[in-house]
Design a protein around this ligand. Structure first.
Ligand code: WTA
Length: 646
């Protein structure tokens, strides 16, 4: 790593940057040495408060208490809408680019968005939603997703967005876990020229959710839907009848803003809970500094609002800053692999933020799809979600960015709320594949497996030594799980679950998860979740899932399945298992390979040795390591033989 290529900050970028190198160094030092004053100033400058806080930082990682700006009164929707009206009421807030490339894009101004949000907020109230109630949002990439989120925020309700690609079962689990009584969905979603039955999925999910009393249905396609009288309400009718006047609730800085489910190494997905003041501060600050955002620029984050990236960098960050945020309904390869760059030209996008998996997929389609567009509006590129391999970085830089656009490789997590390790375009020289340096207030540490602090250029487990404002506060309904998952492995520190290396310049290189979490096309998945789905099948005795390197997806899913005695391994059964996973979780969790395993390698105490399964999946048979502790070492030979015959 020491001889990694370095890309210095371009002179032009440095000259106009929101944060210069000197400012970064000075502010970073202050954010650690004089933290309370630093954060108080930022919160004061960046956000509108109905009432100032009593305490800046009341967090204690040892006790599992995370609190920022306690006593402060604030409203997230007010900050994203109302306070912009005077200066930029008629400026575009959201550009909605539909799936169909020939359709006109919709430009929604701040004034218009404010009105839509207020109306839907009143519609929610009319159905009994009150401060603190949870509302589930199961929508495609349409403006109503942002409207619904902000409408919840406006009245102090807590949104729980569920990715539109999740199955009815996954939706049901989430609705029940957070006890939502209201769901917002659409008749159908549209992606890549095809329609998907979102309402039908929701209907199926809600069969076992008796407490859901209202389902708002956005009419996206006009496709046929079943209707449950009394429960189902057309969104367009509800907002037509609602008043456009809805004062923003004065919520406490520590009142919950949203819950977002994410996968961990054990058990069911966790409801990561974020609160209002600290989250919004992190979102707004990183959006401005990391993307070096300038007034009037069109900014495009290609994530789905179902993931945290969509929450923070399509909705809250950009709107808090009065930015123009582009929302894209479609997919990168429809009608062809040049769609992203066509959209960049169509809307003069200046800042473009996507995932390495998309870059790799498009790279594989050849340069012509890129070079047919001008991309002259582009100024800055970003990546998120997984490590980017230097080859993809170079392609992004050379072909997409024409060697003139710095790339910010941003490391963060659902739990962190906003970007924590990242270059700042005007301050940080880049090294392809490195997320580079910590953002303000972030104190990364590397520790060995025993928790010993590691100094200098070294690899280890990535921890954060202090709390930051946009940090998650708890796992919804299970605070103990929050403490156990994040704050107990290394006492007094937040453990990220990631491994990282630090080089001699202090740059961080994220190497990937060190726990049983997979990162498939930037989507997080627990191996345990996939295993639980597989063993639901009557023919399956046992299953073990591991990741393996995949050229496009980053990681692929490799499942070992042991059948009940007497059951035959057939292609039909493989198909049933794939269907089962689609039903339980969603298509994104479908294994790339299912290998029939007569037995799984276990220790004498019965623990599955995943290390060995990973090696077999990756075909790294020379480095299987010590197999002497296995109860039955011959199992491994069988697996290797079966893999060769696969
Ligand atoms: C991984 C997405 C390397 C990491 C915002 C983390 C990354 C997990 C990067 C969180 C990056 C995210 N370089 N790895 N720039 N960004 N990751 O919760 O393993 O969906 O723990 O949040 O993605 O995924 P999540």
């Amino acid at each position: 790593m020491s001889n990694a290529k370095i890309y210095p900050v371009p002179a032009e970028t440095a000259k106009n940057a929101n944060i210069t190198r000197e400012q970064y160094q000075e502010m970073y030092r202050r954010s650690l040495d004089d933290a309370d004053n630093f954060w108080a100033e930022q919160a004061d400058e960046r956000l509108h408060w109905f009432k100032k806080w009593d305490t800046v930082n009341g967090s204690d990682l040892n006790k599992g208490v995370i609190k920022w700006f306690e006593g402060g009164k604030i409203n997230a929707a007010y900050n994203c809408l109302d306070r912009h009206l005077e200066k930029r009421g008629s400026q575009t807030a959201i550009i909605w680019e539909k799936d169909d490339p020939k359709a006109d894009a919709e430009h929604i101004t701040y004034r218009d968005l404010h009105e839509r949000v207020s109306r839907f907020a009143n519609a929610l109230k009319a159905r009994g939603v009150k401060k603190g109630d949870r509302v589930c949002i199961y929508l495609p990439m349409i403006p109503e997703a942002a409207v619904a989120m902000l409408a919840c925020a406006r009245i102090g309700a807590v949104h729980s967005v569920v990715f539109g690609g999740f199955s009815p079962q996954a939706l049901q689990d989430r609705v029940l876990d957070s006890d939502c009584h209201v769901v917002v969905t659409a008749d159908e979603s549209v992606r890549g020229g095809r329609n998907f039955p979102l309402k039908a999925n929701a209907d199926q999910a809600l069969q076992k959710c008796p407490d859901v009393n209202t389902v708002f249905v956005v009419k996206r396609t006009g496709g046929k839907v079943d209707w449950q009288e009394g429960r189902d309400v057309w969104y367009h009718e509800a907002v037509k009848d609602a008043s456009a006047d809805c004062p923003a609730e004065e919520t406490d800085a520590e009142d919950p803003l949203f819950i977002l489910y994410t996968s961990g190494s054990t058990g069911k997905p966790k409801g990561v809970m974020h609160t209002t003041g600290g989250y919004l501060l992190g979102a707004s600050m990183t959006h401005e500094y990391v993307f070096d955002y300038k007034d009037g620029e069109v900014y495009w984050c290609t994530a789905d609002v179902g993931w945290v990236t969509g929450h923070t960098y399509i909705v809250y960050g950009p709107l808090a800053n009065g930015a123009i945020t582009l929302m894209f309904e479609g997919v990168p390869t429809f009608p062809d692999a040049g769609r992203f760059w066509d959209v960049v030209d169509k809307h003069d996008v200046a800042i473009f933020y996507t995932a390495p998996t998309a870059i790799r997929a498009l790279m594989g389609q050849g340069n012509d799809f890129v070079t047919r567009s001008s991309r002259k509006s582009l100024r800055l590129l970003g990546t998120v979600g997984e490590p980017i391999n230097p080859e993809a970085w170079e392609w992004y830089n050379n072909v997409v960015g024409d060697k003139r656009c710095p790339i910010v490789d941003t490391w963060w997590q659902t739990e962190t709320g906003s970007i924590l390790i990242t270059p700042l375009p005007g301050a940080t020289d880049l090294k392809p594949g490195s997320a580079t340096l910590p953002f303000f207030g972030v104190e990364p540490q590397l520790v060995d497996n025993d928790g010993n602090l590691l100094d200098g250029a070294v690899a280890g487990n990535l921890c954060l030594a202090r709390s930051w404002p946009s940090m998650m506060r708890t796992v919804y309904g299970d605070h103990q799980r929050f403490i156990e998952t994040y704050l107990s492995t290394y006492k007094g520190k937040y453990f990220t679950g990631d491994g990282a290396r630090r080089d001699e310049d202090g740059y961080y290189w994220i190497t990937g998860r060190v726990d049983d979490v997979l990162n498939v096309s930037g989507h997080r998945m627990g191996t345990a979740e996939i295993e639980s789905a597989l063993v639901l099948h009557a023919a399956v005795a046992e299953a073990a899932v591991v990741g393996f390197p995949h050229d496009v997806k980053g990681q692929g899913i490799y499942a070992y399945v042991t059948l009940m005695s007497g059951k035959e391994p057939t292609d039909e059964l493989k198909k049933e298992l794939n269907d089962l996973i689609r039903k339980e979780i969603g298509a994104i969790a479908k294994p790339d390979f299912i290998q029939w395993a007569p037995g799984l390698p276990k220790t004498r105490s019965g623990k599955i040795m995943r290390r060995i399964l990973r090696k077999v999946a990756c075909n790294e048979l020379d480095s299987l390591g010590d197999t002497s502790t296995l109860a039955d070492p011959s199992v491994v030979d069988d697996l290797i033989e079966d893999r060769a015959n696969r």
